[in-house]
Design a protein. Structure first.
Length: 173
């Protein structure tokens, strides 16, 4: 019995010391892990932040470039028929969009949906304007009709997408 008592006097302090060392070591490892995570996050922010800002800039530029006035000024370099000009406009819009599609990774789904809707709305407006013209209509006739249709809308999807994009940039940066 006395052997058990002596053994208990040795084991209990040893177990308490080992448990204290375990708690200290675990706490140390948790702090180190948190410090490493914070360092990785800081490095990630340093890398991702410029990419995100560039993505917002590129989408802003895309939206500005697909406004009807901008499109017509940039693309009306000759005498096209309305049908030819329609194809040039649609090709340019789709090309610009495809060039910037990867930027969606850096922005919210809400903003990206607004950007896509703005593009689709413009394509629909151009197609509707083109379908209402005669076969001998010119690019100028198409441009005038698109601008009239665009201005008659109560809701400007391009402007709304730009507005929401700018709000998101202000919130995040």
């Amino acid at each position: 019995m006395e052997i058990l008592f002596d053994l208990g006097k040795l084991l209990i302090p040893a177990i308490l010391v080992l448990y204290g060392v375990y708690l200290t070591f675990r706490s140390f490892l948790q702090r180190e892990t948190e410090a490493q995570k914070a360092e990785i996050k800081a490095k990630s922010i340093d890398t991702v932040l410029p990419l995100r800002l560039q993505a917002y800039e590129r989408i802003c530029l895309f939206l500005e470039r697909i406004t009807p006035n901008s499109l017509f000024i940039r693309l009306s370099q000759g005498k096209y028929s309305a049908e030819e000009f329609q194809q040039i406009l649609l090709s340019e819009i789709r090309s610009e969009f495809n060039h910037n599609v990867s930027q969606q990774v850096y922005m919210s789904s809400e903003v990206w949906d607004l950007v896509k809707n703005a593009k689709e709305d413009l394509i629909i407006t151009i197609n509707e304007a083109s379908s209402g013209l005669s076969k001998d209509a010119t690019s100028i006739d198409l441009a005038k009709t698109v601008i009239e249709k665009f201005r008659s809308k109560e809701y400007d999807p391009i402007n709304q997408a730009l507005k929401k994009l700018k709000e998101e940039v202000r919130e995040n940066f």
